[in-house]
Write a protein that binds this ligand. Structure first.
Ligand SMILES: Nc1nc2c(c(=O)[nH]1)N[C@H]1C(S)=C(S)[C@@H](COP(=O)(O)OP(=O)(O)OC[C@H]3O[C@@H](n4cnc5c(=O)[nH]c(N)nc54)[C@H](O)[C@@H]3O)O[C@H]1N2
Ligand SMILES: Nc1nc2c(c(=O)[nH]1)N[C@H]1C(S)=C(S)[C@@H](COP(=O)(O)OP(=O)(O)OC[C@H]3O[C@@H](n4cnc5c(=O)[nH]c(N)nc54)[C@H](O)[C@@H]3O)O[C@H]1N2
Ligand SMILES: [Mo]
Length: 762
């Protein structure tokens, strides 16, 4: 389908700002790897360590959660962006105590996120005392004393919240939730709340498991792969190699996305000679340019076309056996689809009926279909409906729980799925709490806790006044920047366990602590013995990760030891757990995991027997649905797109090719032809013209939500192939525009990808 304009890889934006590149990866990707590795960890040290990434005995890539294929590891099992994430952590630049003498917190607050990150690794504990203008050095001892005093002084443990970001290992995550629950609360907001929570909520409700139902090997057997609301070229580059292989095996790929993302158009595999000099592989056979937030309508259209085909040739299209035996509520679902008019589907999706039918025909002619998706579907008001419509679509032809078929939510952070498996969840189920309590001899709190958005509200209202974060950048990642900053400022104490300096260290509570921790790439020694940790990828495979670089500084601690010492100081007197003993040998933590979490039986032994452990999954392995009825459910969702008043636009906030979440490596976005500034607004050329706007014009963006407005100045217009009425901007720059009240029904995930805005010339 793709028409290649030129066979040269256009990574230099010769054609001006905002001209999408024709091809992804290839030689430019390799040059980028070399540049990042040479400039940060140093070429020899970096390259030697990089070769250990995603290898048996090596460390798990600190980037995304796409799995590697244990049977077919390549010597270089990493991508350009994984290499950047590695180089960023393994940098030789260090932040010493005198840095904080030189810069006041106000000075730091004036710097960009990029500048903060570029200052290097955090190396020693620092404290901001109430009213202080600067951070000053603290000892680990005083830091733990201060936190424990503050926590134990609270009238109620629910006045504290404990955030987790998805790079945390299984061992640290398990110990963290054990500490938090021993302290007495389930207030465990995490990055998942902003990410795939909508997927977990949706899937749990209809198929009885919150995780994806496919293995990596299923991609070899799929006839069709739908990629919805995902930009793997930038965010899961190793997935492109999987798609390329699937394609060679005859699979058809359909991309459903407002943007025709370069990575899905043409891929030059940098690990093959062809990828350097050849034409690359055109990946997507069909691109469906859905309007932002138009997916419920589009998916209903796909289902409608399938049902119509069945009416024409009864008994040949639907998997009637699967529907009858293993699902419920098909009749209500089908009746709703029948009365949903094509006009309504076309109007709300922005896609012509013929194109929807073309996509449906591809699924009809396929024996096995996989649907992959990411943030383009999960960060909307009706995100849960989006995902349940995917399940409806898959179930019509029995595409769940069999080879080459299924649901594949593609996770973000490298261990975000594992953290949830370990109990990082504000809504733990009773069975989990019972097992945890039985093993560690305490009564965990039963009441559900606060998620990310609710934590912001609770800090704003003064209901929460201690906030501690295990990694991440809460301040920059969350919506409504000004509101969230005030909420954090209300806290008596904020604590950040971090590797790199970020916005969350400069927007703080009255007292603030920075606790520097080891990263994935570093050797973790406890009582003289090197430890390893484990992580779970997007497909439920658990494997070991062991760093190979000497730690950036001797004054840092591992996440596990920080948590253990904090727990000892805070709950040591009243808990039966020997925290220090657990932290001195991570095998002991894994024995705890084995006793509490199903699927981890004989955890330590199995880690020595096999390279990775596959966690059980009832749908994938047994075609069993652990729902109340024992069946998978069809569901009915009204088409309720966000209302966009005349003259306004629907804005999505997306990632560039040169960032990892809130860590921005540069102002470039090679595949979208951006090289100078991230303060841009992508809009349809006709929309721009109608507003009297030309390329490069300066504009102000104003978001509108239930009568409230938020404004940001200083964007420049980039005319771009995007559906009419839609605009795109970069995350995290535009988070000040996202109303904290604008969340997904059911999952409470911020609707980062459907914000109503107006665009006015400056
Ligand atoms: N290099 C790198 N890798 C990363 C990350 C990173 O920042 N950098 N972040 C990690 C994390 S935590 C995550 S969650 C993932 C994120 O991975 P993605 O979900 O791929 O990231 P986004 O840039 O948010 O892109 C979402 C895509 O959805 C599309 N989209 C937006 N709105 C809609 C819509 O309404 N409908 C449809 N169909 N599509 C829509 C956008 O055009 C875009 O292509 O990547 C992970 N991997
Ligand atoms: N507008 C908008 N907002 C979004 C999104 C969006 O698409 N649009 N996406 C959302 C999504 S999907 C997510 S996942 C969140 C991300 O939210 P977070 O997970 O909170 O943010 P990150 O940027 O990944 O966190 C980066 C920081 O983590 C720390 N860090 C890195 N590695 C380690 C480590 O090994 N250990 C420890 N302790 N710290 C470490 C470093 O200090 C670094 O600065 O953002 C969300 N926010
Ligand atoms: Mo994410």
């Amino acid at each position: 389908m793709t028409e290649r304009v030129s066979d040269t890889v256009s990574d230099k934006d010769e054609d001006g700002e905002g001209v999408p590149a024709e091809s992804a990866a290839g030689a430019p990707a390799v040059f980028e790897v070399l540049r990042h590795v040479a400039s940060k960890p140093g070429l020899v040290r970096g390259a030697t360590s990089l070769l250990k990434m995603n290898q048996a005995g090596g460390f798990d890539c600190p980037g995304c959660a796409w799995p590697e294929d244990p049977g077919h590891r390549k010597r270089t099992e990493f991508c350009e962006n994984g290499a950047k994430a590695f180089a960023d952590e393994a940098t030789r630049k260090l932040i010493e105590a005198d840095f904080f003498e030189r810069y006041s917190i106000a000075d730091l607050a004036r710097q960009s996120d990029r500048w903060l990150n570029e200052q290097g690794r955090l190396t020693r504990p620092m404290i901001r005392k109430p009213g202080a203008t600067h951070y000053t050095p603290a000892t680990w001892f005083t830091a733990f004393e201060l936190i424990s005093k503050q926590l134990n002084g609270l009238a109620d443990p629910n006045q504290a919240a404990f955030y987790t970001s998805g790079r945390t290992s299984n061992e640290a995550a398990f110990l963290w939730q054990l500490f938090v629950r021993s302290f007495g609360t389930n207030n465990m907001p995490d990055c998942s709340n902003m990410c795939h929570e909508s997927s977990g909520t949706a899937l749990n409700e209809v198929i009885g498991s919150g995780k994806g139902t496919v293995r990596l090997s299923d991609f070899d057997f799929a006839d069709v792969i739908f990629v919805l609301g995902q930009n793997p070229g930038s965010n899961h580059p190793r997935m492109l190699a999987t798609l390329e292989q699937a394609k060679k095996n005859g699979a058809t790929i359909v991309s459903i996305n407002p943007l025709n993302e370069t990575g899905l158009r043409n891929f030059r595999n940098p690990q093959t000679i062809d990828g350097w000099v050849g034409k690359g592989t055109d990946l997507a056979d069909l691109h469906v340019p859905v309007r932002i937030n138009g997916d419920v309508a589009l998916l209903k259209g796909l289902c409608k076309a399938i049902l119509e085909a069945e009416t024409k040739s009864p008994g040949t299209i639907l998997d009637r056996d699967f529907i009858a035996k293993l699902t419920s509520d098909f009749d209500e679902f089908a009746a709703d689809i029948v009365i949903t008019a094509w006009d309504e589907i076309v109007a709300a999706s922005g896609v012509p009926e013929a194109l929807i039918r073309e996509a449906a025909d591809i699924a009809i002619n396929a024996r096995s279909t996989i649907c992959c998706w990411a943030m383009g579907l999960t960060q909307h008001k009706n995100a849960v409906a989006n995902i349940q419509e995917i399940i409806n679509f898959l179930m019509l032809r029995g595409n769940l729980g069999r080879q080459g078929a299924g649901a594949c939510p593609v996770r973000g952070h490298s261990n975000v799925q594992g953290d949830r498996t370990m109990g990082i969840w504000e809504k733990p189920d009773a069975a989990f709490l019972d097992r945890l309590g039985a093993k560690f001899k305490f009564t965990p709190p039963a009441a559900h806790g606060l998620d990310t958005v609710d934590t912001i509200h609770a800090m704003a209202d003064g209901r929460v006044n201690v906030f501690a974060a295990l990694g991440g950048n809460f301040m920059a990642a969350t919506p409504d920047t000004e509101f969230t900053a005030n909420a954090l400022g209300n806290c008596d104490l904020t604590v950040q366990m971090s590797t790199k300096l970020n916005r969350s260290h400069v927007v703080t509570g009255k007292t603030a602590l920075i606790l520097p921790v080891l990263g994935r790439t570093e050797i973790d020694r406890q009582e003289g013995d090197e430890q390893f940790v484990t992580v779970e990828n997007s497909m439920g495979m658990v494997s070991r990760s062991r760093g190979h670089l000497e730690p950036a500084s001797e004054s840092m601690k591992s996440e596990v030891s920080v948590i253990a010492e904090l727990a000892e100081a805070t709950v040591g007197g009243r808990s039966e757990v020997n925290w220090r003993k657990l932290a001195s040998d991570y095998n002991r933590i894994r024995d705890g995991i084995a006793a509490v979490i199903p699927g981890f039986e004989r955890f330590n032994d199995r880690l020595y027997e096999v390279e990775s452990i596959e966690l059980p999954h009832a749908v994938r392995d047994e075609r069993q649905f652990i729902t109340a009825t024992g069946k998978a459910r069809f569901t009915v969702h009204d088409i309720e797109p966000v209302d966009v008043p005349e003259g306004h636009f629907l804005m999505m906030t997306i990632r560039s090719h040169d960032q990892f979440n809130t860590t921005v490596y540069s102002d470039k976005d090679r595949y979208r032809g951006i090289s100078e500034s991230r303060m841009v607004v992508f809009m349809h050329p006709d929309d721009a013209e109608q507003g009297g706007l030309a390329r490069g014009d300066r504009v102000t963006l104003t978001s509108h939500h239930e009568g409230s407005v938020r404004t940001m100045e200083g964007f420049s217009v980039v005319p771009y192939p995007i559906p009419l009425g839609c605009v795109a901007t970069y995350y995290p720059e535009t988070n000040p525009l996202i109303p904290v009240q604008h969340v997904a029904a059911g999952s409470n995930t911020p609707a980062y990808k459907s914000v109503v805005v107006s665009v006015t010339p400056e």
